[in-house]
Design a binder for this molecule. Structure first.
Ligand code: NAP
Length: 422
C-alpha cells in the first residue's frame, strides 16, 4: 500500500522526520507492508530547499499548495505555534486528509475544535510527539490501557526545567547559572519563559487530560507555577529532608472531579521520578486495574521526536481511525480546595517567641506542623526556618502565609513548595 506524505516545517523535528522516513523506508515497508513516500516538503525559508534537494523530494514555500495536492494522504504539521498551524490543519481536515502534528501549544488551545472536525470528516489526527517527544505515551495510554481507568498522573513533561533543577542540585549553582547552562546546550531558548513558567508543561497536561479523562480544561483555570522562584537554598534543604524538587504536571481523578496542576513539587529521593536527571522526561501513572506504570525517555530533540511522528504516520496509514476520546463532563477542582503537605521556608528574625507566633497562626487555621528546622543561629538577624506540614487545605495555607508574611519578624515572602509522597 502506498501512502504519500507532505511535511510542513523543516526545523529540528521536520528535517529529522524527512531524513528518517527516507532512511527507514525499506525497514518500515518490511515490517508493515507500507510504502511511505514523501510527496513534497515545505518551509517558509527558501534556504530549506537544500534539505529537499538532498532527499530528492520536491520543495515548496507554499503550505497551502501542499495541502491542496490531491495525491497527498497525510499532512504532517511541524511548524509549531498557533497560526498559521491551526489554519493549515483545519484546511487539511476539510480536504479530508489525515494530519500528524507535534504541536502541543495548538492542541492545548484548539484541540476540541480540531478533533471535532476530524470526527466529522472521519479523519485522524496523530499527536504522539506532542507529549514527551520520543516516549510512546499517547499510544500506551489510548491502546495499552484501553480497558483501564487512569486515576493519577505525575509527569516530568519538560526537559528544560528538569535540566535546570537537576543542574542546580548537582552542581550547587543558582537558578540563573543553570538557565545559562541550558541555553548554552541548546536546551533553553533565549527567552525561555514558556518552559520556565510552566506553560509548556501545562499544554502537555491539557492534552493528557483529554486523553485520560475526556476533558479539555480551560487552561486559565489550571493552577500553573513555574520554577523561577526556586532557589538553590530550597533545593539543598529539600535534599537534607530526603526530597528532590521537580516541576510536575499532576492530574488526579476523583469521582466527578479532576484535579489538574503544574507546580514545583517535593518528591521523595529514591522514587524513580526524583531520579529523572538532565533533560529526560518521565511519567508515573496509576491506572486501574493495571496498577502503577512508569514511562521514561527523551522528551525532546529532533531525531528522538521523529520516531513518534513516524509512528503516527505508520499507524494512520495502516488504520485511518486515529486516537479520539469521547468527551466527559467532569468538574475541575479549584486549587484552593486541594489538600497537600507543604515545605515552607521563612526568613525570620532569630529571637525568642518567633517560632511560637508562626505556629500560633498555623494552628489557628488547622495546619499542623510535622517538623521544624532552624538552619542557622544569628541572634537578632534574619535566618531561614524550614517547616514541613501535615496535610492541609491550600486555602488555609494561603490565609496563614498572608498573616505570617505580615509579621514584623519576617523579612521576605515565605517560600512554599507542595509535597507529593507518591
Ligand atoms: P522549529 O525548529 O522552529 O521548526 C519549525 C520550522 O517551520 C522552521 O523552519 C520555520 O521556519 C518553519 N515555518 C514556520 N512557519 C511556517 C510556515 N507558515 N510555512 C512553512 N514553514 C514554516 O521547530 P521544531 O523544534 O522543529 O518544532 C516543531 C513542532 O514540534 C512544534 O510544535 C514543537 O512544539 C514540536 N515539538 C518539538 C520538539 C523538539 O524537540 N524540538 C519536541 C516535541 C515536539 P522559520 O525558522 O523561518 O520560522
Amino acid at each position: 500500500m502506498v501512502k504519500r506524505i507532505g511535511i510542513i516545517g523543516l526545523g529540528n523535528v521536520g528535517e529529522a522526520v524527512a531524513h528518517s522516513l527516507k532512511k527507514h523506508a525499506s525497514l518500515i515497508s518490511r515490517r508493515t507492508g507500507l510504502k511511505l513516500e514523501i510527496k513534497s516538503l515545505c518551509d517558509k525559508e527558501k534556504r530549506k530547499r537544500r534539505v529537499a534537494e538532498r532527499l530528492c523530494v520536491p520543495f515548496t514555500t507554499q503550505a497551502l499548495s501542499l495541502i491542496k495536492d490531491p495525491d497527498i494522504h497525510i499532512i504532517v504539521e511541524l511548524i509549531g505555534g498557533i497560526q498559521p498551524a491551526r489554519k493549515f490543519i483545519m484546511e487539511a481536515l476539510r480536504r479530508k486528509k489525515n494530519v500528524v502534528t507535534a504541536n502541543k501549544a495548538l492542541l492545548a488551545t484548539h484541540g476540541r475544535e480540531i478533533f471535532s472536525l476530524a470526527k466529522k470528516k472521519k479523519k485522524a489526527v496523530g499527536f504522539e510527539a506532542s507529549v514527551c517527544g520520543a516516549i510512546p505515551l499517547i499510544k500506551s495510554i489510548s491502546q495499552g490501557l484501553v480497558s483501564c481507568e487512569v486515576r493519577k498522573i505525575y509527569g516530568i513533561l519538560n526537559g528544560t526545567t528538569n535540566y535546570i533543577l537537576y543542574k542546580m542540585g548537582k552542581e550547587k549553582i543558582d537558578f540563573a547559572a543553570a538557565v545559562a547552562q541550558a541555553q548554552k546546550k541548546g536546551l533553553a531558548e533565549r527567552k525561555p519563559y514558556l518552559d520556565i513558567e510552566g506553560t509548556d508543561t501545562l499544554h502537555k497536561l491539557t492534552i493528557l487530560s483529554y486523553l485520560c479523562f475526556g476533558v479539555w480544561p480551560s487552561m486559565q483555570k489550571v493552577h500553573t507555577e513555574g520554577i523561577s522562584k526556586i532557589s538553590l537554598l530550597d533545593i539543598l534543604y529539600a535534599e537534607e529532608l530526603n526530597y528532590r524538587v521537580k516541576l510536575l504536571a499532576i492530574a488526579k481523578k476523583d469521582r466527578n472531579a479532576i484535579d489538574l496542576r503544574v507546580h514545583p513539587t517535593l518528591i521523595p529521593i529514591g522514587h524513580p521520578l526524583s531520579e529523572t536527571s538532565l533533560s529526560y522526561n518521565a511519567v508515573f501513572l496509576h491506572a486501574y486495574p493495571a496498577g502503577q506504570l512508569l514511562f521514561y525517555g527523551e522528551g525532546a530533540g529532533g531525531l528522538p521526536t521523529s520516531s513518534s511522528v513516524i509512528s503516527d504516520i505508520v499507524s494512520i496509514s495502516l488504520n485511518e481511525k486515529g486516537i479520539m476520546r469521547r468527551e466527559e463532563k467532569l468538574n475541575l477542582k479549584n486549587v484552593k480546595d486541594v489538600k497537600a503537605r507543604y515545605y515552607i521556608r521563612f526568613m525570620a528574625l532569630d529571637r525568642p517567641g518567633v517560632l511560637a507566633s508562626i505556629s500560633k497562626i498555623l494552628a489557628s487555621l488547622k495546619i499542623s506542623i510535622a517538623s521544624v528546622t532552624q538552619k542557622e543561629r544569628k541572634k537578632g538577624k534574619f535566618v531561614p526556618i524550614v517547616m514541613l506540614t501535615h496535610e492541609a487545605r491550600e486555602e488555609s495555607m494561603r490565609k496563614a502565609l498572608a498573616k505570617i508574611d505580615h509579621l514584623p519578624v519576617i523579612q521576605s515572602p515565605s517560600q512554599t513548595i507542595r509535597i507529593e509522597d507518591l
